[in-house]
Design a binder for this molecule. Structure first.
Ligand code: SAM
Ligand code: DTB
Ligand code: SF4
Length: 332
């Protein structure tokens, strides 16, 4: 990115400006988003990320969408912290399947102190040693924990804002929006990049989506990574019977995120099993440039690897090469 490009980035977006973009005629919105996308990213390239649930279920938080909350009976089997060896085996497989980012998720309210945290640091060092980007999502962090993760080489910390400040209390009662923002500030201060986005389909209004996007796009710098999730409805959670969300809302959300945060990775995250190939193609046209690969997200299903290979092949898109391959290609 050149200085003149970065000078164009804005951090003062108003809700009415965001609404004006989100509600553009769809072809115009996609055209503008794709034009912006091409200024900062390779339009034929998609980053593959792989998720691993390193600690599953039994979470004390009550996030209404989440199969891992201890407040709901969802049938998700609880599992304590995985070993470093098992985690690195999964990371090695992810790399072999073309992923360049490995994301480790733990169903904790806040990251623990002591031995378990040391184990996570060891995982981060191991993932980085494989040449992969390492991302963690462990709940709330203290400034010291954020620094320790930075020192271990963590690339990114995922901590979603999920929805608007106004609607947040309808979805989660066990923590506040401000607590979320505080952890993000600790992560930023430690020099780890931020992965923060949200979910659509929770019963929020479009205005809630504009407000979420405003929260993200007024951070300075913007989150380097913005995952946009479509609710995966899980039996036993309060949102199990939520009405279907029009997939074009996902496209509008991605396109608007791309326009507001041009240099960020916009990740087409949970919910791809509800999207046709055509809907996913529209998401890529709208500026999404990353997907989660592999047949499982954290606890819910995701498209099989061969279906994704076929989809990317049909669209003429390719996975972003890993650092080793990119260096080899550069040396040719
Ligand atoms: N406990 C950590 C936290 O909340 O930050 C990390 C794990 S949590 C599963 C990470 C994100 O996954 C949530 O913030 C939410 O946006 C997304 N997520 C969880 N359940 C989902 C579902 N059923 N459908 C779509 N996205 C979901
Ligand atoms: C994000 O925004 N989505 C991913 C990742 N960040 C950690 C998680 C999606 C989880 C979907 C529900 C599940 O599989 O448990
Ligand atoms: Fe816990 Fe995260 Fe699920 Fe909320 S989203 S219940 S914090 S694992």
């Amino acid at each position: 990115m050149t200085c003149s490009d970065s000078a164009e980035l804005r951090y003062d977006w108003t809700v009415s400006e965001i609404e004006a973009l989100y509600t553009l005629p769809l072809p115009e919105l996609i055209f503008r988003a794709q034009t912006m996308h091409r200024r900062f990213h390779n339009p034929a390239e998609v980053q593959g990320c792989t998720l691993l649930s390193i600690k599953t279920g039994g979470c004390p938080e009550d996030c209404a969408y989440c199969p891992q909350s201890a407040h709901y009976q969802t049938g998700v089997a609880r599992h304590g912290l995985l070993s470093v060896a098992d985690t690195l085996t999964a990371a090695t497989q992810a790399k072999a399947q073309g992923a360049t980012r490995f994301c480790m998720g733990a169903a904790w309210r806040d990251a623990p102190q002591g031995k378990e945290f040391e184990q996570v640091l060891e995982m981060v060092r191991g993932v980085r040693a494989l040449g992969l980007e390492a991302c963690c999502t462990l709940g709330m962090l203290t400034p010291e924990q954020a620094q320790a993760l930075a020192d271990a080489g963590l690339t990114a910390y995922n901590h979603n804002l999920d929805t608007s400040p106004e609607f947040y209390g309808e979805i989660i009662s066990t923590r506040t929006y401000d607590e979320r923002l505080t952890t993000l500030a600790h992560v930023r201060k430690a020099g780890v990049t931020i992965c923060s986005g949200g979910i659509i389909g929770l019963g929020e209004t479009r205005t809630d989506r504009y407000a979420l996007l405003q929260q993200l796009a007024t951070q300075h710098p913007h989150p380097e990574s913005v995952p946009i999730n479509l609710l995966v409805k899980v039996a036993g959670t309060p949102l199990a019977e939520q009405p279907e969300t029009d997939v074009l809302e996902m496209v509008r959300m991605i396109a608007t995120a791309r326009l507001l945060m041009p240099t960020s990775m916009v990740r087409l995250s949970a919910g791809r099993l509800s999207l046709s190939d055509e809907a996913q193609a529209l998401c890529f046209l709208a500026g999404a440039n990353s997907i989660f690969m592999g047949d499982k997200l954290l606890t819910t299903p995701n498209p099989e690897a061969d279906r994704d290979q076929t989809l990317l092949g049909k669209l003429g898109l390719h996975l972003r090469p890993g650092a080793e391959l990119a260096a080899a290609q550069g040396n040719r």
